[in-house]
Design a protein. Sequence first.
Length: 355
Amino acid sequence: MIITGHMNYFEVNKCGLYRQNSLTPKGIDLAETFNLITKWVHGKPLANTLPWNPQSGLARCYCKDIYTSEETGDILLVLWKSDTSSNGSILGAPEDAKTGEGNVVEYTGDYKGKKVIWGRPMYYWIIPSKKMVVSIKFEHSVCDTQLFQEWVAACISNRVDHPNKKREYTKSGQTRISFTDGTVNGDFRFRYQFDVSLKTEDTASATMTALASSITHIIKRETISIVPSDERAQWVRLFDNIPFIKPAANAKTRQIEVKVEAKPTPAELKQIIESYTKENRRAGQWDNVGFSTGDQIIWVDRYRLRNSIAYDMPKEQVITAVDLGEAINSRRNNFLKPRLGNSQIVTVAKTGTTT
């Protein structure tokens, strides 16, 4: 069965060891980051690849599979986000299966098989040579790049072995992790940071310049709370007194739209797009930001760079990191050229052949 994966492109803003207020990293670049993570997850059961305390309150995220191409140095990472929501199909991955092993099962109310972690996969293609990350969203998977960033940073800070890692204990019993510069007499402290942001159209492009010149208004749509303990801003509460737009009885929220005259520069326009673009905004979702040109509204997500891959889904419902990584590598140059708007779908077979 052929399924489509929607690809969103991210620029790596930070990756490595940073001193306070420094923008220049010292060690643990993108390639080393995932080399260290690969060594840490190797041979571990799925349940043991959670890099933070399961009682921390953070969403649980595990490493299902990871593959590094010897030819390109690219990494294909499959994370497993624990999820019991009924929104979409839920899959179960065996909690004792080692990284890269074990089939998944589809959720049923009377499941009585091996212990599994219910959730969905998250697919990320990491390209160290381009300082870029690509999320790949299939129908059966999810995207949560904030969680992806947190997982990577926690692996380096909390779990992997590194000769320059320093572990200290405060008087209150808390553990403080830092890194040193590795010199004999040095004791400079560094913190590992990992940060990515969606890639959008370049400020200097003709597309961005033309859009900036045609904008008359900026539009912001938001869902606001109208619960009895009203802590809304005063200007928001004014809408309650306008005839015919009172909220429905027992409603806890209402949708508002603010439209403001504006003439942003291309640089300001790019900043707005980068701030409000989302990789997985649902079609028809109200909360959004857009631009009015007088005759149409253009939403910010239109200007994120994207592509699509059509993949031959195996019967086992598992896309392994090596299969997806090699399939992408078979048309790597094509996939390294993201597009605006509707992207061209490139079909690849499980074996890496193309059509």
